[in-house]
Design a protein around this ligand. Structure first.
Ligand SMILES: [Zn+2]
Length: 196
């Protein structure tokens, strides 16, 4: 999956030449395979289930498990989440940079999905990107996220979503540090930090 993400980013980049001058062209050329990058049904099993790697709050890997996808109506999500969390996680919004606290904490712990509790990132893979958003060089398990081509705002980006509930988490870029050189740029509103 790591290689797929890198290839996605490289392909995106090829389309990124003069993004504003060729915005129309980019949109047209990327529309062809709009859903081809989705990995939702990759397992070929029950579409209502996903295979995830589970982690205890202490960060211990509990191994893979087949779990029901978490699907709620908008009204149910609104009841469960704050306005900011709903706007970011369920409506693909973006937190303002340098808000909240997650971008600057390096306390040991794991970051779970604010919607469904799926383990997403660990503090060991967190780094100071200087962007004002919590940034990681890898997810806690590649099985726990999925990526999707995002052509909104005249840009070609790779969106990162929770594999279990499809929450919007942020985007992944290829300007991160070693060892992956990836930068998972996440929104605090989509995460819940569990201190170890
Ligand atoms: Zn989730």
């Amino acid at each position: 999956m790591l290689r797929e993400i890198k290839e996605q980013i490289t392909r995106r980049r090829a389309l990124l030449i003069a993004p504003f001058a060729f915005a129309g062209l980019v949109v047209v050329s990327s529309r062809k395979g709009d859903d081809s990058d989705d990995h939702v049904a990759a397992s070929g099993g029950d579409p209502g289930e996903v295979t995830l790697v589970q982690f205890s709050d202490a960060g211990e890997n509990l191994g893979p498990a087949q779990l029901k996808r978490v699907v709620h109506s908008s009204a149910e999500w609104r009841k469960q989440l704050s306005r900011e969390q709903y706007s970011v996680a369920r409506q693909k919004g973006t937190d303002l940079p340098f808000t909240g606290t997650y971008y600057k904490i390096h306390t040991p712990g794991i970051f779970r999905c604010v919607c469904c509790g799926n383990a997403l990132f660990r503090s060991e893979a967190k780094f100071d990107s200087g962007t004002g958003w919590p940034s990681f060089w890898a997810p806690i398990a590649e099985e726990n996220i999925r990526t999707h081509k995002d052509t909104s705002l005249f840009m070609e980006r790779v969106e990162v979503l929770c594999k279990r509930c499809d929450a919007h988490l942020g985007h992944v870029f290829n300007d991160g540090p070693e060892p992956t050189y990836l930068r998972y740029c996440m929104n605090e509103s989509s995460l819940r930090f569990v201190r170890r």
